[in-house]
Design a protein around this ligand. Structure first.
Ligand code: GAR
Length: 208
C-alpha cells in the first residue's frame, strides 16, 4: 500500500473526492495517511479529522527564508513516508528541494486545460475569470505531475467542460469541479498507486 499525503489550503472538496474514492474502492493500492495544510483554518483539515486522517500545518510565513520552508516541507513529507504527494488546492508554490526529492511522485490538479490558463498567478477563481474574459467555449481540468516549471510537468489526465452563456467565475468553477476535477484527480491517484503511469520525458503513457 502506498502512503498518500495530501496538501491543501482551503475548502478541500478535492480532498473529499479522494476520501470518497478511497471509501468506495475507486482508489486501490494506496491510502491517505496524512493531510498537510498551509492554512490552519482550512476546512479541509476538518474533513481529514472527521475521517480519522492525521493532520499537520506548515506555513511559509513561519520560516525566515523560502529555502528553510522548502527544507522543512521536504523533511515533513519524508517523516510521513509519503510515496505520493497530492496537491489538492494547495496554494503555496513548491521549492526545488521538495520537487527533486519527490520527482514524478507529486500530482497536482489544475482547474483548466493546460497549457491554457496556467502558470504563475493562475490559481483558484482567477483561472476561471481569465477563461471567461478570453471567451473560450471549452475549459476543463488537468491532473499532472509537478516539476520545476509551474504547471509544466507531465500531463496524466485531462477532461473538458463546456462554458455556458451566463456563466460567472463561481458557476464555472463549480462545474469544472463537479464534471472534471473530482473525477480525474482520484483516477490519476489510482493509476499512480497501481503503477499504471509511465513517464516518458515530459509526457506520460497510461498502461492498460
Ligand atoms: C480547485 O479548483 C483546484 O483545482 C484549484 O483550487 C481549487 C481548490 O478547491 N487549484 C489551483 O488553482 C492550483 N493552481 P478545493 O480546496 O475545494 O479542493
Amino acid at each position: 500500500m502506498k502512503n498518500i499525503v495530501v496538501l491543501v489550503s482551503g475548502g478541500g472538496t478535492n480532498l473529499q473526492a479522494l476520501i470518497d474514492a478511497q471509501h468506495s474502492g475507486k482508489i486501490t493500492g494506496g491510502a491517505i495517511t496524512c493531510v498537510i495544510s498551509s492554512n490552519p483554518n482550512a476546512y479541509a483539515l476538518e474533513r481529514a479529522a472527521k475521517n480519522g486522517i492525521a493532520t499537520e500545518v506548515i506555513r511559509r510565513k513561519d520560516f525566515a527564508s523560502f529555502d528553510e520552508y522548502d527544507t522543512a516541507l521536504t523533511e515533513l513529507l519524508k517523516k510521513k513516508q509519503a510515496d505520493l504527494v497530492v496537491l489538492a488546492g494547495f496554494m503555496t508554490i513548491l521549492g526545488k528541494r521538495v520537487i527533486q526529492a519527490f520527482e514524478n511522485r507529486i500530482i497536482n490538479i489544475h482547474p483548466a486545460l493546460i497549457p491554457s490558463f496556467c502558470g504563475e498567478g493562475y490559481y483558484g477563481l482567477r483561472v476561471h475569470e481569465e477563461a471567461l474574459k478570453k471567451g473560450v467555449k471549452v475549459t476543463g481540468a488537468t491532473a499532472h505531475f509537478v516539476n520545476e516549471i509551474c504547471d509544466g510537468g507531465p500531463i496524466i489526465i485531462q477532461r473538458a467542460v463546456e462554458i455556458k452563456s451566463g456563466d460567472t467565475p463561481e458557476i464555472l468553477q463549480r462545474r469544472v469541479m463537479e464534471q472534471a476535477e473530482w473525477h480525474i484527480l482520484p483516477q490519476a491517484v489510482n493509476l499512480f498507486c497501481n503503477d499504471k503511469i509511465k513517464v516518458i520525458g515530459n509526457t506520460t503513457e497510461i498502461l492498460e
